[in-house]
Unconditional design. Sequence first.
Length: 474
Amino acid sequence: MAPLLLLGLSFGTPALVQAAGLPTLQALADGRFDISAEVRMLDDGRVLGELDPRRSLAPASLSKLYIAAAALGRYGPQHRFVTRLVSDGEQRGATLHGDLVLDSGGDPAMTTERYWTLVEQLAARGIERIDGRVRLAQWQFGPEPCGVADRCSARDATMSSYDARLSPVAVDYAAWCVRLLPTRPGAPALVGGCFSSRPLVAVSGEVNTVAEGQPTRLNARRTTANGRDTLTLSGQVSVADGPQSVYRSASDPAQQTLATLEMLFAQSGIRVARGFAIDATPPPAGARELAAVESPPLQMALMDMLNYSNNFMADVLTIGLSASQPPSLASGAAALERFVDTVPGHGPVSLASGSGLTPDSRTSAHGLVALLDAMYRRAELFPTFVSAMQTPGNGAARFIRRGDPLFQRSVMIKTGTLNQPVPVRAIAGYFRTSSGRWGAFAVMLNGRAATPYLVWPDVLQALSSDLTPLIERY
């Protein structure tokens, strides 16, 4: 196995300076929350503020910083994942004699559009009929056992899109998508698919159209019975808000992809004599490539993963690090921990996944800052790594648009949130001082019980109050 990333560069051993406190964050914790925090300049290693920086706490989605760094080291920013359609059959005229096999290349963000490109490449070859099957070769892994509470409960029902099980042949992050189109006030909204005229998942319930001035309120629950997913909708959509997309995770990602491929083959006019199937058999030896599609560069995928905190992408990338066969999330997480061992000065870490969906992961603010420091010193990787984060001022998530205007435009951040079994609010990233110097920071707050609850505006305002003066001063 190729090395993940060797971060053996030293950032020096400057004389330690007595760090100032972080009074607003300390007051926010106020004995109700465990806290670990560190603020460090990256050019000279000076620590500007800290609160129990080596304390081991749950990082939630800050785990995605680790898998982003490890994936960049493994693949490089320009790596593209390739998904192929292969066959050992022979094309005679407009008929392919034999099975057609979908062979995944580990793309963590495969889309309906790219599957459509694959099918259209078959049509361009003049194939109109396949006299065998179309097989989804889920041979690398999967469906991955649920592993964590959210994914386990989502096998039967969910009201979320972040808790899908993992598969190498998934599509659209393993989430069903339906599109609601308002009609006229008092009438039901029309329900279509996001990538087809009709939904690919069974839909029940009804959403009413309401007049301008009334709010859009949508509820959607995916349930599964006898292997069949159903999306139950309720609520209302305003004519002023226009069409609305609703996403809910699929109980079986491969079944969702199968439904997608059936739709795409039908639209292309390619008949499949023996239907579609899912199995764990690798493509036959000597199978030739009939169609292939590349993902966008990894650097673009990481931007989506970090900006939208995509759990599915993070854990598929984590499985890709695995050194064992068959690979698994557990063996991928072990490889991720081995990567962290190469980060100078990091200290102890326990990562059960790359997504942070697993609440038993542990790291420290000091360790997170060590990771950020190490990536800062990789000139070939740092621009991609930092640009995959977001500034609060124009963040994809509205809740991060908080704090002093200088803070909002001077930091690049990743956040992490868990609500069960205890509230976790975590944030880490880089800052640029008023003189143009680079620094890094990490803050993790973990509840000691299910309550009290901690809201993001309070955390961001506290961080801004402590960090903004440091940005101005240095």
